[in-house]
Write a protein that binds this ligand. Structure first.
Ligand code: GSH
Length: 209
């Protein structure tokens, strides 16, 4: 059972990976806000999504969940098992994850506070981390995939995060001019795995520029 809406990019990267591995799951589209928060808190002390339940176990945090799914997938795992390729993918993922967390932090600040109360230096600092992170990733991409000939979790996660950012802040993301990430995301968006996990209609302020 996968808890969390596909509108969360952290949930979506887990869902896409489950599908790439051919693993069936039941989707429970809980929101980490409003009345669902208490439901999440019953099994996740920090009441966040994603969470993956199997048997009587509950795994939280997308990286921990992907680590488990990779073990199930064995040689088909999207994260290389060892060596330089693994370190490279983990580095790409760390930058993507960091940039996406700062994007989400900026979205929360803009959504939950009245505009007059926005803390501009914090927003500017988040935006710089988002810009620098994605532009660094774009510069790393030689194609056809991040690591060359084989698709890895770096491609999946960056594409999910890029599509999320582009939908949330279209003008800001257009201004990043990350043409290689845009092409990668467009390519993956056409796969069955991405098409089956289209984000639900948004509840947070959606057009933030
Ligand atoms: N590092 C976590 C981040 C998860 C995360 O930020 N989830 C958001 C939804 S996009 C959430 O649950 N937000 C509510 C909250 O933080 O209270 C992961 O990779 O799973």
């Amino acid at each position: 059972m996968l808890y969390g809406r596909y509108a969360s990019p952290f949930v979506r990267r887990v869902a896409v990976t489950l599908r790439f591995y051919g693993l069936c799951y039941r989707h429970v589209p809980l929101m980490p806000f409003g009345p669902d928060k208490a439901v999440l808190a019953a099994f996740n002390p920090v009441a966040r999504v994603p969470a993956l339940q199997f048997g009587d176990e509950m795994l939280i945090d997308s990286a921990a969940i992907l680590d488990h799914l990779d073990q199930l997938a064995g040689p088909r795992a999207l994260t290389p098992a060892a060596g330089a390729a693994r370190r490279r993918v983990l580095t790409l993922l760390a930058v993507a994850h960091g940039a996406n967390e700062k994007l989400v932090a900026g979205l929360y600040e803009r959504h939950f506070r009245a505009r007059e109360a926005w803390h501009k230096p914090w927003l500017d600092s988040c935006d710089k981390q988002v810009r620098d992170g994605f532009q660094w990733l774009d510069a790393q991409f030689a194609g056809p995939w991040f690591l060359g000939d084989a698709m890895t979790q770096a491609d999946v996660t960056v594409a999910v995060f890029w599509l999320f950012g582009r939908a949330k802040r279209p003008r800001f993301f257009a201004g990043l001019e990350c043409t290689k990430l845009e092409a990668l995301a467009a390519r993956l968006q056409d796969t069955a795995e991405f098409k089956a996990t289209v984000p639900e209609p948004e509840t947070l302020a959606s057009e933030l520029g």
